[in-house]
Design a protein around this ligand. Structure first.
Ligand code: HEM
Length: 151
């Protein structure tokens, strides 16, 4: 009986981890693309056909890829943390803090898209380009923490 449970848990564990990493890739790919869309959007003439096309592309990227992928990264990630009892480990606590920050950045990006769709452009293209580095830096730190486990 106990062996069946262990076998089931370890089988679940590898599928959970596979699902986790798959949706991490989709989420982060979307996080790299969306600021780029916003930058090109802001280079288009306000009210133009091109701007309308950017609004539609951004809406689709957010609703079809970005937000569903983030939700699935969290579901698989929290399930993994439960199965492995990762809560107590230093690397996981630091990783969790960075992922909370990344999720906050995701929320800000979704909110900014709504502003753009209303014709507002409060942030400069230059600032958006700098912000585009955030997911890159976060990914480097997260992957080092979860693979190397320095503490
Ligand atoms: C959303 C919150 C997240 C939670 C709760 C979470 C939790 C976890 C846990 C518990 C593991 C399993 C570690 C083990 O095998 O013992 C794991 C693996 C992993 N996580 Fe996350 N994670 C999250 C988000 C992310 C993000 C945003 C990334 C990348 C940007 C990421 C990248 C990875 C990778 C690459 C692995 C596999 C590591 C390995 O093969 O050992 N995770 N995650």
């Amino acid at each position: 009986m106990i062996y069946d449970l262990q076998a089931a848990l370890s089988l679940t564990y590898v599928w959970l981890k596979a699902g986790h990493v798959i949706f991490v890739i989709f989420w982060i790919a979307g996080m790299f693309m969306l600021p780029r869309f916003y930058i090109y959007h802001q280079e288009s003439a306000p009210g133009s056909e091109e701007e309308k096309r950017w609004i539609e592309r951004e809406r689709k990227l957010r609703s079809i890829i970005l937000t569903p992928a983030m939700i699935l990264v969290w579901i698989f990630g929290l399930s993994l943390a439960w199965v492995t009892q990762a809560w107590t480990m230093g690397w996981f606590q630091m990783k969790f803090a960075i992922v909370l920050g990344l999720s906050g950045y995701h929320g800000w990006m979704v909110g900014y898209g709504r502003k753009l769709a209303m014709g507002l452009r409060p942030v400069s293209g230059r600032a958006l380009r700098m912000m585009n580095e955030i997911p890159g830096i976060a990914v480097v730190l997260i992957v080092i923490l979860v693979i190397v486990r320095p503490f």
